[in-house]
Design a protein around this ligand. Structure first.
Ligand SMILES: [Zn+2]
Length: 172
């Protein structure tokens, strides 16, 4: 069983690359989506529309950021143009965020094709838990965030893990 976060496990090794030591056993088969064909079609359309919208947004933000970057702001005059630089950083941050969302959307579309859309990846990875709670993400949550890979609890957990990973990367 692959354990990405093992706070309560008995693993004593401090190595963070433990997964590279032996080939991971195959994960349990991914449960099938509980959504009907029509529902899947709706989510697919919603995801494609979102993807289109985000791609356009990123495109216009990128050209905007580039235009700003082209202006003759020299480092000496940074103080005068501080807010402009901030704007540009802010825009670049937004672009990064939206590109990540586009990637998530692509993966969600793949899951629709494969018939596993709407299954929480982490509930499914921990069978003990999956027995108690259905690994299927509630439809209301999917309607709010159609590209989500996790149930509410696991989305929070994944977000915490990502923050920890990023903090570790910064230290290196
Ligand atoms: Zn879950």
């Amino acid at each position: 069983m692959v354990k990405k976060s093992s706070k309560s496990s008995s693993v004593k090794k401090t190595s963070i690359t433990e997964s590279s030591k032996e080939p991971a056993p195959p994960p349990p088969p991914m449960p099938k989506s509980k959504l009907t064909k029509d529902e899947l079609k709706q989510f697919r359309n919603a995801l494609l529309a979102l993807r289109d919208q985000l791609t356009k947004q990123v495109g216009s933000m990128e050209s905007e950021a580039l235009t700003k970057g082209d202006s003759d702001v020299s480092v000496d005059h940074m103080a005068d143009h501080g807010s402009e630089t901030f704007d540009q950083d802010f825009t670049l941050g937004l672009i990064e965020n939206e590109e990540r969302t586009i990637q998530e959307i692509d993966e969600a579309l793949d899951r629709i094709e494969e018939g596993h859309y709407g299954v929480c990846e982490r509930c499914h990875e921990s069978p003990a838990k999956a027995n108690k709670i259905a690994p299927h993400i509630p439809k209301a949550r999917l309607e709010a965030i159609p590209w989500t890979r996790f149930c509410v609890d696991h989305a929070r957990e994944a977000e915490r893990d990502r923050e920890v990973e990023e903090a570790q990367e910064d230290e290196e």
